[in-house]
Design a binder for this molecule. Structure first.
Ligand code: IMP
Ligand code: MG
Length: 335
């Protein structure tokens, strides 16, 4: 068994969907597995130039690969069926490819109603927190218990270990949210209710030694959506928001903008054991030609894109892993 993992190193919305989509094109995965979160996530994917936003469904469907909502996820049935229908209407075969792990948990309408009352955290109000709360309180409902899901349910253990596969099982794990929103490593309580690190992928039923590549995804600036104050006071952040279309893909909310925090990036890369690191949205700062980042308490400013890239790359090689491969990207569909 071989597994590659896509993890977000900041606050979500760094382009995991794009990276997972690009990796599916280049690798003959047998499975793509979403390993955490629910429909709080919104993955923007450009497939053959057409824009799709998925919430629950992993991007394997765009390439005819079996796509599983893993045991670490929570699923809202109506949202799930809507998404299946939308994909099918756009000519993407989803019904036969999408599966749900029997031990994933349900987001019920009650969970949603409760989450709607949130005022302190700025959640996506999709019922995510209450669903995980009930899971851990052992009062939750597992996906297998919902008759509407019958044709989609699989036994994860059987699927990965007992089922006869034509070739070796080769998985792409597609994460949701990001390191800064992780329940343990994020800025609690301004976090989501699931684990957003590589450890979370392993919890979905694969041995640690199966992990091959850990693709960390970040942006050259940071964005955050939620109740805490995050944005700095610079006029340019307004321009970044417009050029980068930094509005929530699930809720449409304005994302707060700030310069990249190198210390957070380093910590996330270390803890996740990232060996491939993609820094997206280079095209946005390129248009503004302003290059800044925080390292420690200081704001560093660079003259141009090349100096910025060289500094980040050499610092990651020096302080994270001398073999880490860093890619700077400014394309919506390709890495
Ligand atoms: P929840 O996950 O809906 O409970 O929201 C908790 C926090 O995580 C809020 O600040 C949300 O805006 C944020 N959040 C949840 N999912 C995403 C996502 O997919 N992208 C970005 N932020 C998210
Ligand atoms: Mg998103």
């Amino acid at each position: 068994m071989i597994a590659d993992v896509v993890v977000d190193l900041q606050y979500g919305d760094c382009g995991k969907g794009k990276v997972a989509h690009a990796l599916c094109r280049e690798n003959n995965y047998t499975h793509v597995i979403r390993y955490n979160g629910g429909c709080n996530a919104g993955h923007t994917i450009y497939h053959d130039g057409v824009k799709f936003v998925t919430h629950h469904i992993p991007c394997g469907v765009f390439f005819g690969i079996k796509s599983i909502i893993g045991p670490g996820c929570v699923v809202h049935p109506d949202t799930f069926f809507q998404e299946i229908e939308q994909l099918e209407e756009s000519g993407i075969e989803a019904k036969s490819l999408v599966k749900i792990a029997s031990n994933a948990h349900l987001i019920t309408d009650f969970h949603r109603a409760e989450d709607k009352k949130d005022e302190e955290l700025g959640t996506t109000k999709r019922g995510n927190g209450p669903a995980y709360r009930d899971k851990y309180a052992r009062k939750g409902v597992r996906a297998a218990e919902d008759p509407r899901f019958t044709e989609y349910i699989i036994d994860m253990y059987y699927e990965l270990y007992e089922e006869e596969h034509e070739t070796e099982v080769k998985i792409l794990f597609e994460g949701a949210q990001g390191f800064g929103l992780d329940i343990d490593w994020g800025d609690y309580p301004y976090v989501t209710s699931s684990h957003c690190t590589v450890g979370s992928a392993i919890l979905n039923g694969v041995p640690p030694k199966s992990i091959r590549n850990v693709w960390g995804v970040a942006k050259i600036y940071e964005t955050y959506v939620g109740a805490k104050d995050f944005e700095g006071y610079e006029e340019i952040f307004e321009q970044i928001r417009e050029l980068g279309q930094e509005y929530g893909s699930t809720t449409g909310r304005k994302r707060q903008i700030n310069w990249l925090d190198f210390d957070l990036l380093k910590m996330a890369a270390r803890i996740n054991g990232v060996n491939k690191l993609i820094i997206n949205k280079m095209d946005i700062l390129e248009q503004l030609d302003q290059w800044c980042l925080f390292c420690g308490p200081s704001l560093f400013q660079f003259d141009n894109r090349k100096d910025t890239e060289d500094w980040i790359e050499s610092k990651l090689i020096e302080e994270v892993d001398k073999e880490v491969e860093v890619v700077f990207s400014g394309d919506k569909e390709f890495i």
